[in-house]
Design a protein around this ligand. Structure first.
Ligand SMILES: [Zn+2]
Length: 114
């Protein structure tokens, strides 16, 4: 039997935050489901409308010079009220359904604060 639960205790092993929220786009208290596709990044921008931008750096090998260069990846993510990550925080974001034109991911955990 399948029952609709209002609140999940965890998402992909990430425990739900202490505070509750009325955000429909929250993976813990809302209606969205997340996929097992995770991204680690640092919050570099935060908007008033519960959105954020995360970025991370990765080495990319350049064969001609036999050296690595640093490449940057950026991702627009949803930042639920109950998580409320701030600029500088290292977070884990998970893929979900498209939440807006540019946002298809949601923050599920704040790993470290600056
Ligand atoms: Zn929430």
């Amino acid at each position: 039997m399948k029952t609709k639960q209002n609140m999940k205790t965890d998402v992909l092993g990430m425990p739900a935050p202490q505070t509750e929220c009325a955000d429909r786009k929250c993976p813990f208290h809302g209606e969205i489901n997340v996929k097992t596709e995770l991204f680690n990044g640092k919050v570099v921008k935060k908007d008033i409308n519960r959105s954020a931008t995360i970025e991370w750096f990765r080495p990319h090998y350049v064969q001609k010079y036999e050296r690595h260069e640093i490449r940057r990846s950026r991702l627009r993510v949803h930042n639920p009220r109950c998580i409320n990550a701030n600029i500088g925080d290292t977070v884990i974001a998970a893929r979900t359904r498209p939440l807006s034109k540019t946002i298809h991911h949601v923050i599920v955990k704040v790993e470290t604060k600056p």
